[in-house]
Design a protein around this ligand. Structure first.
Ligand code: MSP
Length: 527
């Protein structure tokens, strides 16, 4: 039987400067979902990329004294390096300057024009260049862009318009469809803020600058950058050609992003697809913002935290863990060094790291020749074992709902229970009693076996930690019968722990950090 498919996307980011930890947030969440779906047997297509056209990039390049193409090339290469550093397992990386994308956009626009979905007129109104967004006077916040707070500019130019208004009713129906836009509160926001006041047709071309895709039927015009960008989700699959990838992967299963661009994805994007009679994405998810000192972290505000510095200093898995654990995915999260160091110390160094090193050290010390095979079960083994058996289904249910933080909390509940199991069983006391050798072996086996399961379940979140745990406990990739000890199914079964080559001495998984020292050290990197 062929595998079911799962197509997920991140926004394509503007290469207008180095990316920050806010961009990493969405990408890490997407990567975790992609890894989880692959483990569950899906044929995953995970797309990310860069949104390279538009006025903002053109201006930034000019400020840097470079051609737009040279300017974006250098930033895109740093973005790819960042994703490599952060273990982002994307399947495809699209750049809107890719020739194939540009040709596709030309064809798509010709198709929209021929179908009467776009027409020529004049746009007179307000434009926010940092957001590349058109605004009406009444939508401004104290005269400024309601999304980013920047000054808006008055523009008056000839434009092609897309007949967005004609899709109002169908969009209303779509937004009311359970599951299409999540969290649900965002759907109500879209209806109240945009559909109720009435949708206007959308300007989809510009003539006041040149860095973009030219309209094939009127080459004074370049395509409005948001429309150019939204189609990436289809052009990356080869659209408008009817490629195997288009047939296999479209419609997308989920578009992930933060809340400020939900309106582009839940109004403009579906309407464009409706205009082309194409299937709509199954889900748009708008997560919360990473805030810094209470303000949205953003390049234009300068309050950004560099993920490269954080990953190099604390390890990628610790940063990924923090991002996904700290708050529920739909909610804003205040980023602070204190919160990060506290999490690393409590959850990773103390709870998980210690559990692994204590277990490994006790097996090495009490059974230098390897654990004996006899077991004798006693309380509290059944309770621990039952929790471990129930965990994979809970984690799966949480991840299917993008409840990353809840899934990690569930896993750490088992980590804590396992630590408590050590306190209750007191292996060091058992070790003094030669009669208790079998019981001691059972306790240590249970500890290592639960850690084997935990290692599998944290894999999607923290890609390199599972192997470190397995190495520390001597667990091979497969057991003697050729059974994988790393796949999802292996987490559903108890008693698979084995260490055929013994338990080596390894470094701690997550060294404990000194908060004061870290605050001082990170201070040096602040802008
Ligand atoms: N180029 C458009 C997206 C086009 S998609 C067809 C764009 N680019 S962006 O570089 O500004 O990226 C915005 C996205 O980056 C957000 O929606 C979110 O996914 C991520 N984030 C950027 N800053 C963020 C925070 N401070 N917090 C959380 N996510 C953040 O918009």
């Amino acid at each position: 039987m062929s595998k079911p498919k799962f197509y997920l996307t991140t926004p394509i980011y503007y290469p207008s400067g180095k990316l920050h930890i806010g961009h990493s947030y969405t990408t890490v969440a997407a990567d975790t979902l992609a890894r989880y779906k692959r483990m569950r047997g899906f044929d995953v297509m995970f797309l990310t990329g860069t949104d390279e056209h538009g006025q903002k990039i053109e201006r930034r390049a000019a400020e840097a004294g470079m051609s737009p193409q040279d300017f974006v090339d250098q930033i895109v290469s740093s973005i790819k390096d960042l994703w490599e550093l952060m273990d982002i397992s994307y399947d495809r990386f699209i750049r809107t300057t890719d020739q194939q994308h540009v040709r596709s956009i030309e064809q798509i626009f010709t198709r929209l024009y021929e179908r009467g979905e776009i027409y020529k007129s004049t746009y007179e109104g307000l434009y926010c260049t940092p957001c590349e967004a058109f605004w009406l006077e009444g939508q401004l916040d104290e005269g400024k862009c309601p999304d980013c707070g920047a000054e808006v500019e008055l523009t008056n130019e000839e434009c092609y318009f897309f007949r967005l208004s004609k899709y109002t009713e169908r969009l209303q129906e779509l937004l009311e469809t359970p599951g299409f836009l999540e969290p649900r509160s965002r759907a109500r926001e879209m209806i109240n803020n945009f559909l109720k006041p009435g949708l206007e047709d959308l300007a989809v071309s510009r003539t006041s600058f040149t860095w973009g895709v030219r309209l094939p039927f009127d080459d004074k015009h370049v395509v409005y950058v948001w429309v150019d960008a939204l189609f990436n989700y289809l052009t990356a699959l080869g659209f408008p050609d009817e490629t195997d990838d288009v047939k296999r992967y479209w419609p997308a299963d989920i578009h992930l992003m933060a809340k400020e661009i939900v309106r582009f994805h839940s109004l403009i994007w579906p309407a464009l697809l409706m205009a082309l009679d194409l299937p709509l994405p199954k889900k748009v998810f708008g997560h919360g913002w990473l805030l810094f000192g209470g303000d949205k972290m953003s390049k234009s505000k300068g309050n950004v935290v560099d993920p490269v510095i954080l990953c190099n200093r604390y390890g990628v898995d610790a940063i990924r863990y923090f991002l996904l654990r700290e708050v529920p995915f739909g909610t804003d999260c205040n980023f602070s060094t204190e919160a990060l160091i506290t999490r690393i110390n409590s959850d990773l160094a103390n709870d998980l790291g210690n559990l692994v090193s204590r277990t490994a050290a006790m097996i090495r010390k009490y059974f230098p020749e390897g654990l004996i095979d006899e077991r004798v079960t006693a309380s509290p083994d059944p309770e621990l074992r039952q929790m471990a058996t129930e965990l994979p289904a809970k984690v799966a249910a949480d991840l299917d709902e993008l409840q990353y933080s809840k899934a990690l909390t569930e896993i750490w509940t088992l980590v804590s229970r396992t630590n408590k199991y050590i306190d209750e069983t007191m292996p060091w006391v058992l070790a003094k009693d030669p009669e208790a050798k079998t019981r001691l072996a059972t306790v240590l086996f249970n500890l290592a076996d639960v850690l084997r399961i935990i290692a599998v379940l944290i894999g999607p979140f923290m890609p390199s930690t599972p192997n470190k745990i397995r190495t520390a406990l001597g667990i091979p990739e497969q057991n003697a019968a050729g059974r994988s000890l790393t796949d999802w199914e292996s987490a559903l079964e108890l008693d698979l722990y084995c260490a055929p080559s013994g338990v080596p001495k390894t470094d701690p998984l997550f060294p404990r950090l000194d908060l004061e020292k870290e605050l001082e050290a990170l201070e040096q990197f602040a802008d």
